[in-house]
Ligand binder design. Structure first.
Ligand SMILES: [Zn+2]
Length: 166
């Protein structure tokens, strides 16, 4: 799913454990894999290319104009997620801010590791990517309108559930 969805859901999960930020972080991270396992839509990354044919066995986001367009999309996605998470949870103290940030960080961590794997490779990142790929739904929803709407509805329902619990 997109970073914004992961960030908001991660923040929601961490708010369920306001006195245990480490547990909140780990469960927010686990929520990433649960969300990725649900059929969903992801935006296209123009610079992402498979390097299998070059023997490196992993995709990469090639440097260049498309890379910076993709990076802008990812940044906008991430910043929107942080913004909406703060709007929804309206932290009232520094502790609340910390819990929100811990949840966001846990929620988006697997995608950050994925980006690092694409750019850097290496065994630990390859293992993290293997876990990510194992959980990730294999065939994504093609339509951005249906895909994005479903993620908004999903986040809305989850937010209401967390609000009722809290
Ligand atoms: Zn992911």
């Amino acid at each position: 799913m997109i970073l914004a969805t992961h960030a908001i859901v991660g923040a929601a999960v961490a708010h369920l454990f306001p006195h245990h930020p480490v547990i909140g972080f780990l469960l927010a991270c686990a929520s990433h894999f649960v969300l990725d396992a649900i059929p969903h839509w992801d935006y296209h990354l123009r610079s992402l290319e498979s390097k299998k044919e070059f023997g490196r066995g992993r995709p990469d986001m090639a440097w260049g104009r498309d890379f910076f367009i993709d990076l802008s999309k990812i940044a906008l996605d991430g910043v929107s997620g942080v913004g909406v998470a703060f709007l929804l949870f309206r932290p009232q103290s520094w502790h609340d801010v910390l819990i929100t940030l811990v949840g966001i960080a846990g929620g988006v961590l697997p995608d950050v590791l994925q980006f690092l794997y694409w750019k850097l490779g290496g065994k630990p990142l390859a293992w993290a990517q293997w876990v990510h790929d194992t959980f990730h739904f294999k065939k994504s929803i093609e339509s951005p309108i249906i895909g994005a709407s479903l993620q908004i509805v999903f986040v809305g329902i989850l937010f209401e559930v967390v609000r009722v619990i809290l």
